[in-house]
Design a protein around this ligand. Structure first.
Ligand code: WTA
Length: 658
C-alpha cells in the first residue's frame, strides 16, 4: 500500500471512473447477514415482525393505524421504554461489561464506557431529573459536546418519558434559547465548557447570557467537562455530578405508549423558523434497530463501529445512540473533528480500535482527499470491512477514493439516503445483496415505498427527473412538527394529499434497476458539509444587523462543502461595504445561528433582483454566483439590477484571484 504514489493512485481512480457498478466483494458476501434484497409482499407485516425484536412491556397487537391521515401511528397499543431496550436488556443478558463506547478526547484522554456503567448513570440521572420536578411529557434540552454524558442525558430522559431536545454543540447559545423557547423546555443539560481544537469554549456562560428570561426553564444541569469557571444560579443551576451522586442508583423505567414522544429535533425549513421534528418511541426504535443491523451488517460480538457524526444531528441520534445501543454494539466516540490534533486522527483511531464499520459524510471524505492518501495509508486499516456515507450526494470521485484508499478495495460502501424527518435510513444498498453505483444511493429498503413523481403525483418514467416521494407510511416517520400541526400537513402532505409524503429532494431512477440518484433540495434549504441550513434563517440573521437593509442568501456549488453560503447584501443608506464589515457580519451570523452558517462569500448589492410583486428571485442570484448565462429577466421590476450585480460578482472574483 505504502508504495502507491499519488500519481499511480490518480491514474487508478481515473480508470475506476469508467466502472459503473461494484459488486459486493466476495469475502464480504460469504458472511453477510442479508444475501438477497427481497421487498416483502406485506410491508406492514414485515415491520410488525421487526418490532418483535424489541423488548415490549406490553406487546402491540396492531401495527399501522392510518385512520387519522397524515397523523399515522405504529404499534399504538404496545407499551415500551427506550432506555430498557438500549441498556437493561443487555445488562440482564450478562453484557454489563461490554464496551458501548470507546471514548476518545481531543487531548488524548480515553474512557471505556460499558453498558453497565451507562445503565447506572442513566438511572441516577433520571432520578436527578425527577427530583428537579421533571415529569413524563416535560421537554428537556440538551446542549453538550461529544462526551459520554450526552448519551446518559438522552437515555435518562427516555427512562422517565421526558422528550429530549438536543441542540448541536456548534450552534450558538442564541439558537439554543430559541429552541428551548419553541419547545417550552423545563430543563437544560449543558456543560461548563467544550474543547474545540485545543481551545476551550465557555459554554455555560454563553448560555447564561441569553437564557435568563425564559421562565419555563426551571433547571440547568451542568456537566463539569473542562473546569471552565462559570456562575451557578442557586435557584436554577445544579452540577450534574453532584445531582447524580445524590440520586438513588435505581430508577424504574416509565411504561410508555409506543407513540409517546421520544424526542424533538429542530431542523431547517423553508422559513426562518426551524421545524421541531417529532419522533415517537416504538416505530422509531423498530426501524432504527433494523436498519443499523442490516445496512451495516452488524455483528455485535465482533464489530467495532464508528459513526463520525455529532449527536446533535439526526445521524447521531439514530446511528450513534439509539441504533448501536439497541443492537448491543461497541462503538468509537470521538470528541473532535477530523483535523485536530492532526489530519490523520480518524485513521489513527480506526487502527487503534480496530474499527470494522465506518460511517461518515461525503464532505469529510473530500477533505481527506485534499489532505492526501498518505495520511490514511500510514495506518493499518485492514480490519475495516464496510464503509458508509450520509448527508448529501457523493460525487463518484470521492466515492472511489473512499473505496480504494480507505477501504482498500475490499469494503462495500453503503450510501444511505434519509432525513431528520424519516428518522432512519430509507434508500441504500444492502451490502451483501446489492451492487453499488458510485453516486447513487441505491434502492428503497425492504418495507419502504419511495418513488419519483411529477407535479400531479404520477410516477415519472425511470430515467426522468422528478420529485422524491414516500408513498406508504414507515415506522420511524416523523409524527408531526412540535405544536405545529398545520405546518406539518402543509409542508409534507399537501402537494399530493394525505397519503404521500413530499420529501423536498429532486431525484431520478435508473431504467434498468431503479437505483435512486438524489439531485438535491427543491426548497430554500441548502446543504453545507452535509448540514441542513435555511437560507431564510441566515437572511434574517444578516438583516438583524443595524447596518443591513436587505439580504438574499443562496447555496453556491462548492468543491469542499457541497454547497457554500453566499449572501447578497444591501446596506442601509449610503454605507459602503468593506472587508471589516464583511467580517463583522460573518461574526454576527455566527453569534445568531452558529459558525457553520457564516457566509463564505458576501456580495455588496445596491439592489436585489425582484419580481414586480417584490419577491427576490434567488434563481437569478444562483445563476450569477455560479457564472451561468442569465435567462429571461424581463419579469424583473428593474432589469438593470442584474447587470450591476454581474459586474460586482466579476469584480469580487478578480479580487479573489489576484
Ligand atoms: C440530503 C441527514 C443524497 C437530502 C440524514 C435530504 C442526501 C437531506 C443523502 C436530509 C444521500 C441525505 N444522498 N442526499 N445519501 N443523505 N441527503 O435532515 O437532501 O440533515 O433531504 O438528514 O440531506 O438532511 P438531514
Amino acid at each position: 500500500m505504502a508504495d502507491t504514489t499519488s500519481k499511480d493512485l490518480g491514474t487508478e481512480l481515473e480508470e475506476l471512473l469508467e466502472v459503473e457498478t461494484f459488486d459486493p466483494p466476495e469475502g464480504f458476501v460469504a458472511d453477510a447477514l442479508v444475501k438477497e434484497h427481497e421487498p416483502p409482499a406485506d410491508a406492514v407485516a414485515f415491520w410488525a415482525e421487526q418490532a418483535r425484536e424489541l423488548e415490549w412491556i406490553r406487546e402491540p397487537t396492531q401495527a399501522l393505524d392510518d385512520a387519522n391521515k397524515p397523523f399515522f401511528t405504529w404499534f399504538a397499543d404496545g407499551t415500551i421504554n427506550a432506555s430498557v431496550n438500549c441498556l437493561d436488556r443487555h445488562v440482564a443478558a450478562g453484557l454489563g461489561d461490554r464496551v458501548a463506547f470507546h471514548w476518545h478526547g481531543e487531548g488524548g484522554e480515553e474512557r471505556d464506557i460499558t453498558y453497565g456503567w451507562l445503565l447506572e448513570q442513566t438511572q441516577r440521572a433520571a432520578n436527578a431529573l425527577r427530583s428537579r420536578g421533571i415529569e413524563q411529557g416535560d421537554v428537556v434540552g440538551i446542549y453538550l459536546p461529544m462526551v459520554p454524558e450526552v448519551v446518559v442525558a438522552m437515555l435518562a430522559c427516555a427512562r422517565i418519558g421526558a422528550p429530549h431536545n438536543v441542540v448541536f454543540g456548534g450552534f450558538s447559545a442564541g439558537s439554543v434559547k430559541e429552541r428551548m423557547e419553541f419547545s417550552q423546555a423545563k430543563a437544560l443539560i449543558t456543560a461548563d465548557g467544550a474543547r474545540r481544537k485545543g481551545k476551550t469554549a465557555p459554554v455555560k456562560s454563553e448560555v447564561d447570557a441569553c437564557m435568563g428570561d425564559l421562565d419555563h426553564l426551571e433547571t440547568i444541569l451542568v456537566v463539569r467537562n473542562t473546569g471552565t469557571e462559570c456562575e451557578m444560579d442557586a435557584d436554577r443551576d445544579v452540577w450534574w455530578h453532584e445531582a447524580l451522586e445524590a440520586a438513588e442508583p435505581e430508577c424504574a423505567p416509565a411504561e410508555l405508549d409506543a407513540e409517546h414522544p421520544l424526542f424533538i429535533l429542530y431542523t431547517s425549513g423553508s422559513t426562518a423558523k426551524p421545524k421541531g421534528i417529532l419522533h415517537t418511541t416504538g416505530g422509531y426504535l423498530t426501524q432504527v434497530a433494523w436498519t443499523h443491523k442490516h445496512v451495516f451488517d452488524l455483528k455485535p460480538e465482533e464489530d467495532v463501529y464508528w459513526c463520525s457524526a455529532d449527536v446533535g444531528w439526526i445521524t447521531g441520534h439514530s446511528y450513534i445512540v439509539y441504533g448501536p445501543l439497541l443492537n448491543g454494539a461497541t462503538s468509537v466516540m470521538w470528541e473532535g473533528g477530523p483535523d485536530h490534533p492532526h489530519k490523520g486522527i480518524w485513521w489513527e483511531l480506526c487502527a487503534k480500535r480496530g474499527v470494522t464499520l465506518f460511517y461518515t459524510a461525503p464532505t469529510a471524505i473530500r477533505a481527506c482527499m485534499k489532505w492526501g492518501a498518505e495520511l490514511v495509508q500510514e495506518h493499518d486499516l485492514s480490519k475495516l470491512r464496510l464503509l458508509g456515507t450520509v448527508g448529501e450526494p457523493i460525487n463518484p470521485k470521492a466515492w472511489l477514493w473512499y473505496w480504494k484508499v480507505v477501504g482498500g478495495g475490499r469494503c462495500p460502501i453503503v450510501d444511505t439516503w434519509w432525513q431528520t424527518e424519516t428518522g432512519a435510513i430509507m434508500v441504500t444498498t444492502l451490502p451483501g445483496a446489492q451492487h453499488a453505483k458510485p453516486g447513487s444511493a441505491g434502492t428503497p429498503l425492504p418495507g419502504i415505498d419511495v418513488a419519483v413523481l411529477d407535479d400531479d403525483g404520477t410516477e415519472v418514467e425511470h430515467g426522468t427527473q422528478g420529485l422524491l416521494a414516500i408513498r406508504e407510511p414507515w415506522p420511524s416517520m416523523l409524527r408531526g412538527l412540535y405544536k405545529e400541526d398545520e405546518r406539518f400537513v402543509e409542508t409534507y402532505f399537501s402537494k399530493w394529499g394525505k397519503d404521500t409524503y413530499l420529501v423536498g429532494d429532486a431525484a431520478r431512477r435508473d431504467a434498468e434497476d431503479g437505483y435512486v440518484w438524489v439531485i438535491g433540495r427543491i426548497d430554500d434549504v441548502i446543504n453545507v458539509s452535509g448540514h441542513r441550513m435555511s437560507t431564510a434563517e441566515i437572511e434574517s440573521a444578516i438583516v438583524s444587523h443595524p447596518k443591513v437593509a436587505e439580504a438574499a442568501v443562496i447555496g453556491q456549488a462548492d468543491e469542499d462543502t457541497g454547497q457554500a453560503v453566499c449572501a447578497f447584501v444591501t446596506l442601509e443608506g449610503d454605507l459602503e461595504g468593506s472587508d471589516d464589515l464583511e467580517a463583522e457580519l460573518r461574526e454576527h451570523v455566527a453569534a445568531k445561528i452558529g459558525k457553520l452558517a457564516r457566509p463564505k462569500r458576501m456580495i455588496w448589492a445596491d439592489d436585489l433582483p425582484k419580481t414586480r410583486s417584490g419577491k427576490i428571485m434567488r434563481r437569478l442570484l444562483r445563476d450569477i454566483a455560479e457564472g451561468r448565462a442569465l435567462g429571461d429577466v424581463t419579469t424583473l421590476r428593474d432589469p438593470d439590477v442584474m447587470a450591476q450585480l454581474e459586474g460586482k460578482v466579476k469584480e469580487a472574483q478578480a479580487d479573489g484571484e489576484g
